[in-house]
Design a protein around this ligand. Structure first.
Ligand code: HEC
Length: 170
């Protein structure tokens, strides 16, 4: 009887340990590595988020871009809520600008270049206007030096719009 209880105990804690390892592994698989300074990660499911607006940058980068937002950010855009509430996330996706092979005047996205992220957390990121920044290439964050440039540019030009350039496309 006693032996059976001990066996159950050992089995139980082994199962618990395996369970915990399982949880950690699932998290590790589904979350991207975090960006330096801010600890921002690529948000899950951003490919399915609604459009805020398209954008384009001329040569030398020559990129097509779209800015998308999570539900909290989209509600802020729609209802004119300023500043963006905590939990707002904006993602800028970018591709090389290519000419369509099917119709000359049209453009298509070429290779994906970068994915950039802004996360609003007014306490955690108090020193950068409440925004944390992350820049990723092929799912991996770029170096710290590049992350040091993010807020400076946003703050220099659009501090009056909560450091966000993109307006909701009409
Ligand atoms: C030299 C200026 C500049 C720097 C540096 C910069 N950005 Fe931006 N960012 C822009 C502009 C301009 C836009 C508007 C969209 C566009 O034209 O691509 C933008 C848009 C964004 C957006 C969409 C929300 C918005 O504000 O419109 C995100 C997210 C973003 N940037 C993240 C970053 C991150 C992360 C970094 C640092 C790795 C960074 N940015 C560095 C100029 C800059």
């Amino acid at each position: 009887m006693k032996r059976r209880l001990i066996a159950a105990g050992v089995f139980g804690s082994a199962a618990l340990t395996l369970g915990l390892i399982g949880v950690v592994e699932v998290r590790g698989d589904s979350r991207s590595p975090s960006a330096p300074i801010y600890g921002v990660q690529l948000p899950e499911g951003y490919r399915d988020w609604p459009l805020v607006a398209p954008a384009q940058e001329a040569a030398p980068l020559d990129e097509l871009r779209v800015i998308v937002g999570n539900p909290i950010a989209m509600r802020a855009y729609r209802d004119n809520i300023h500043p963006f509430p905590d939990g707002s996330v904006l993602v800028k996706r970018a591709w090389k600008h290519e000419q369509s092979p099917d119709f000359e005047p049209a453009s298509i996205p070429g290779a994906a270049t970068t994915v950039q992220v802004m996360v609003k957390d007014s306490k955690r990121y108090a020193s950068t206007g409440g925004w944390g920044y992350g820049r990723f290439i092929d799912g991996r964050p770029v170096d710290e030096a590049q992350h040091r440039t993010c807020h400076a540019c946003h703050a220099a030009r659009v501090s009056d719009r909560d450091y966000v350039f993109t307006r909701y496309a009409p």
